[in-house]
Design a protein around this ligand. Structure first.
Ligand code: PMP
Length: 404
């Protein structure tokens, strides 16, 4: 992969920050957008802005076609058996809330339990906590080892007849751990328990085939896969999406409405109440097309090289401690240096044009596990270079010498 060439596709990577060339290492929070995504979204507003599924007029049909085409692109990308298994949402958080809320209303009751893991993002903790509170079910947590890997023996031990749902992250947003999701799904399905995968940090780094995985639900955000904010995807099998009740009520999700009774639309519209983020969905389609053109295999290969290089270089920094050091990892690298507060380090890096994230990364229980208030997180993606890593390491060394 020609990284220099790829970088030209992302206008923002040419920007200066505090007068320095931007080194963007906060891809776990959100990724930058290639020009094709920006232009595709602008073209919708400039040339065929209209509401979908409503009018017979030309623009509405054009918008509907583009919106539904985007759904097909997503379905093809994750190898869904049907495009109606792709629900457009606001993002990962919205998708998890949809499943937790509807699952709670239809399937959870007192005495049941839901399994999550110790490394979940708040958005894969709180909706399940709320569902448990509402239904009287119990939340169970898969523990992790000191390397930030799931303790699979403990997972197996949690499985019993009370478990009605398992929701885990595919890749940790804080530590980059890639979880053994195939194994989790196999054990869950042996007991007929459905599994939701939070793929927010996986979808942009590795090819995902929902049919090969046999996963029941998979969620991700458009903005972390080079697409717009405010759009995301919930994939669900036809079987499960049909079993769940509608989430929100409103236009588009209905078949007929009378004051006496409403009947609901078929999939996927049953779960898409109101005017959707049309431009966002079309932009997400463009992002996926772009990714397919660059080639996810090439992306993965480059990212693996880059990550090995980053770990090797960072390891040489005096006093560095990695938070999470899993054998299989992708994207995020979290660390602390001596007793320096992550925020101070992040601020000094920012002054050098280097963007990293500092804090708890919406994983407070994980921070408690490691007994730390937060970390510095560098999260890499395919438009990053070895030069970016060198600048990060030099930037850290400079910051440390100022702080100590
Ligand atoms: N899960 C994981 C693993 C994440 O990394 C994030 C975003 N940091 C989310 C969920 C939430 O995504 P969003 O804010 O786009 O809904």
């Amino acid at each position: 992969m020609d990284v220099k060439q790829v970088r030209r596709d992302f206008p923002i990577l040419q920007e200066l920050v505090h007068g320095k060339p931007l080194v963007y290492l906060d891809n776990g929070a959100t990724t930058q957008k290639p020009l094709t995504v920006i232009e595709t979204e602008a073209r919708y507003y400039e040339e065929y802005n209209s509401n979908v599924h409503r009018g017979v007029h030309h623009l509405s049909q054009e918008a509907t076609n583009a919106y539904e085409k985007a759904r097909e692109i997503v379905a093809g990308f994750i190898n869904a058996a049907h495009s109606h298994e792709v629900i457009f949402t606001k993002g990962t958080t919205d998708g998890i809330n949809l499943v937790a809320n509807t699952m709670c209303r239809r399937f959870l009751k007192e005495g049941d339990s839901v399994i999550i893991s110790a490394m979940e993002h708040h958005s894969n903790i709180v909706p399940w906590q709320m569902a448990c509170e509402e239904s009287g079910a119990t939340l169970k947590v898969i523990p992790i080892n000191e390397k930030g890997e799931l303790k699979m023996d403990a997972f197996s031990a949690l499985l019993d007849d009370t478990v009605k749902m398992i929701a885990v992250t595919y890749v940790s947003n804080t530590m980059g751990t890639i979880n053994p999701v195939e194994e989790i799904i196999a054990q869950a399905h042996a007991r007929k328990i459905p599994v939701l995968l939070d793929a927010a940090q996986a979808i942009q780094h590795m090819s995902i085939d929902v049919q090969a995985l046999q996963v029941d639900f998979l969620v991700f955000s458009g903005h972390k896969i080079y697409g717009p904010t405010g759009i995301g995807v919930l994939y669900g099998t036809t079987e499960w999406l049909n079993k769940l009740p509608p989430y929100q009520g409103g236009g588009d999700m209905i078949k007929t409405v009378t004051f006496a009774k409403t009947t609901y639309n078929e999939l996927p519209y049953k779960f898409e109440a109101g005017t959707p983020h049309i431009a966002g969905a079309i932009g997400l389609g463009a992002a996926i097309r772009y990714l397919q053109q660059v080639g996810l295999d090439k992306i993965q290969q480059w990212e693996e090289q880059l990550q090995a290089y980053a770990l090797e270089q960072l390891r040489q920094i005096d006093g560095i401690r990695f938070i999470g050091d899993a054998a299989r990892r992708s994207g995020a690298i979290s660390f602390l240096i001596h007793d320096i507060h992550p925020f101070d380090l992040g601020e000094l890096l920012d002054q050098q044009g280097i963007a990293v994230r500092t804090g708890h990364h919406c994983c407070e229980p994980l921070m408690d596990e490691f007994k730390i208030p937060g970390t510095v997180r560098a999260s890499l993606t395919f438009y990053n270079t070895k030069e970016d890593i060198d600048k990060l390491v030099a930037g850290i060394n400079r910051a440390v010498s100022m702080l100590r």
